[in-house]
Write a protein that binds this ligand. Structure first.
Ligand code: HEM
Length: 473
């Protein structure tokens, strides 16, 4: 299994995401063969650097994966992130429409592969990236884009501590403060049983197509070999954040409350939008002020303490991205948590662009420098996990009985803050986040990387599929 499923590499502060098109399939397979031994396995905690590989379905076809095997991927993977239907459900419209994307959209080259490279800091990372780029070129890959990240600390660009709440998997890793209920491994890792006791859709290979037994057997009991096992589906999206717009809006809304140019009032209001304080403390546990002792707190529920959102608004980002025990059929019960746990995501995002603190954003106004989040999440069922969270919880204006309130961080619209007395309503929250690119990838297990490298030999199913679109740039 690739180590990214187990670790977010918080200690490896620098990262680079390198996106490629496969120009020469045979050379690309040789490149993969060499890479398979260098991909960081979950069994080893890397001290200095980590390397991961992910491939799109068009990329797998280019490498020579036969149609019959590709057919085993779920529809979302086969269709990709950019279809009219998917753009609608993900909210990739207007300024976020794929037509304007820097990569992954219809105007650009088809994305086939991504290398995710991590290093202790940017100067340690730079030579690794340079070397890999050279090898990738020799290995028949055309670079589409190289996405550098920026170490802005533990907070994302709006200034809120991120990467706190993650699902914990049965049998994998050990419990830490940042992890709550244990999920069955199949929620995040293909080839294992999920919360329904089922195996998620994944590609299988007939045993005669894998005579050397490179792949593991199907744990589900069929005679096929499991190309998916120990892999996952990786969502990659470039989400640009308008930090100046965010603070300008929050400042104006706080002034409207009659509290003047008061930084505390701004922080308080912004925290209502997020659902945690900048330091990380959840509003439901600490409604009146940030609390460093609760920076990593994750063992909390909403219903008993805050059924109506007077501490943490129902529409706040974290409450709708994981409602915990607040949803029907019986809020406050184990059943409610069980329902929410069918829609969990393992997040592995990284920020890019220079930090713009609140005071600077307000004092100097906006700049043209792009900044934001390379949103990465892992799951085994894109429609039940990532797409459901994005469409039904995050973007839906009718989430949890709300009338007209999408996620204030991601979608804009109106937002209300219930209080003991009157409800405060912000009618016109602008959209602060714009999608600039994205794709769905398969994060293969390490044995699957070896299998892909061996395609084109015995039993490969023939020539790689031809793409009608240009590759590389
Ligand atoms: C630029 C865009 C985004 C920003 C600034 C942002 C910010 C944050 C912050 C500050 C937290 C709290 C820290 C934590 O619990 O780890 C958080 C949590 C979370 N976010 Fe986001 N986020 C963004 C996009 C997204 C998207 C696109 C999704 C999913 C579709 C998402 C899903 C989640 C989830 C599941 C949690 C954990 C909630 C919990 O378990 O309590 N976020 N986000």
């Amino acid at each position: 299994m690739q180590g990214l499923l187990l670790r977010g590499y918080g200690g490896l502060r620098a990262a680079c995401f390198m996106l490629y098109g496969v120009e020469h399939p045979a050379a690309a397979r040789e490149f993969l063969a060499a890479l398979a031994d260098r991909v960081t396995p979950a069994s080893r905690k890397p001290a200095q650097q980590a390397l991961h590989i992910a491939v799109t379905v068009p990329g797998l076809r280019r490498l020579g994966l036969p149609d019959a095997v590709v057919a085993g991927f779920p529809l979302e993977m086969r269709e990709g992130m950019v279809t009219a239907h998917r753009s609608r459900i993900l909210g990739d419209v207007d300024a976020s429409a794929p037509e304007g994307w820097k990569f992954g959209g219809p105007a650009g080259p088809e994305v086939h592969m991504m290398l995710l490279v991590y290093g202790g800091n940017s100067s340690l990372l730079a030579p690794i990236v340079r070397e890999l780029a050279g090898e990738a070129k020799e290995g028949g890959l055309g670079e589409i884009v190289r996405l550098e990240t920026t170490d802005i600390g533990r907070a994302e660009h709006f200034g809120f501590r991120d990467g706190i709440s993650q699902p914990r998997l049965e049998g994998i890793g050990s419990a830490t403060h940042g992890q709550d209920e244990t999920l069955r491994a199949g929620e995040l890792v293909l080839g294992y049983r999920d919360e329904y006791g089922l195996y998620a859709l994944r590609p299988m290979v007939a045993s005669h197509e894998d005579p050397a037994g490179t792949l593991p057997a199907d744990a589900g009991g069929s005679p096929q070999h499991d190309l998916g096992r120990n892999g996952s589906y990786l969502v990659f999206r470039q989400l640009e954040q308008d930090v100046h717009g965010f603070w300008r809006y929050v400042d104006a809304a706080a002034r409207h409350d009659g509290r003047g140019a008061n930084p505390e009032a701004r922080i308080e209001l912004a925290s209502k939008l997020v659902g945690r304080w900048p330091g990380g403390a959840p509003l439901v546990l600490s409604p009146d002020s940030d609390d460093p002792a609760l920076a990593d707190a994750n063992d909390f529920r909403y219903h008993a303490a805050d059924a109506y959102g007077q501490r943490c608004p129902v529409a706040a980002h974290v409450r709708r991205a994981n409602p915990r025990d607040s949803l029907d059929p019986r809020p406050g019960t184990a059943r409610s948590i069980e329902v929410a746990n069918h829609h969990r995501l393992l997040r592995r995002g990284r920020s890019y662009g220079p930090r713009l603190p609140m005071d600077d954003a307000l004092a100097h106004g906006g700049d043209d420098t792009p900044r934001g989040l390379y949103f990465i999440c892992l799951n085994t069922n894109l429609s039940r996990q990532f797409e459901f969270v994005q469409q039904t919880w995050v973007r839906s204006p009718k989430f949890a009985g709300l009338y007209d309130e999408p996620d204030p961080i991601l979608a804009g619209g109106s937002f209300s803050i219930p209080t003991e007395t009157v409800r405060r309503r912000l009618p016109d929250v602008p959209r602060f986040v714009t999608v600039r690119g994205g794709a769905y990838f398969f994060l293969p297990g390490i044995r699957a990387v070896r299998y892909l490298a061996g395609l084109g030999g015995v039993g490969s199913g023939g020539e790689p599929g031809n793409s009608s679109r240009p590759v590389g740039s």
